[in-house]
Design a binder for this molecule. Structure first.
Ligand code: MN
Length: 134
């Protein structure tokens, strides 16, 4: 079963970079360009992992993950904060708001692949299932 990755990001260049990088690895990529749409896409698509920009045009990423975590259905959904912000305390703030991990821009493709593989290997649904015994 192909894992679905939702990327909530308002920057078109980053959306394209991540889409290409993840599709090259066989992931299905779903996009949202603001926080409210991102929350709607979680409900619609049931992604296996959410990549979450912090600076969004409506509600910020901290608020997105807070709203997700308020719903028991999404309490354990892996959420990775991805942000250009490099101020001291940002990582801690993202984690405190409910993100599982924090990655800084510019996005390092290999690190992203490795992070997703690790997150999905602990999920019941995901790419790891493809490599069964046969
Ligand atoms: Mn942004």
């Amino acid at each position: 079963m192909t894992a679905t990755i939702l990327y909530i990001e308002d920057n078109a260049d980053n959306l394209l970079l991540v889409r290409r990088a993840l599709e090259a690895r066989g992931y299905r990529v779903v996009e949202a360009v603001d926080g409210v749409d991102g929350l709607a896409q979680v409900e619609r698509e049931h992604p296996d992992v959410v990549l979450l920009d912090i600076n969004l045009p409506d509600v910020d990423g901290y608020e997105v993950v807070r709203r997700l975590r308020a719903n028991p259905a999404w309490r354990t959904l892996p959420v990775v904060a991805i942000t250009a912000k490099a101020l001291p305390g940002d990582a801690e703030r993202a984690l405190a708001a409910g993100c599982d991990l924090y990655m800084s821009k510019p996005i390092a493709v290999r690190a992203l692949w490795a992070t997703l593989e690790r997150l999905l290997s602990t999920q019941p649904k995901g790419q790891a299932e493809r490599f069964g015994t046969d």
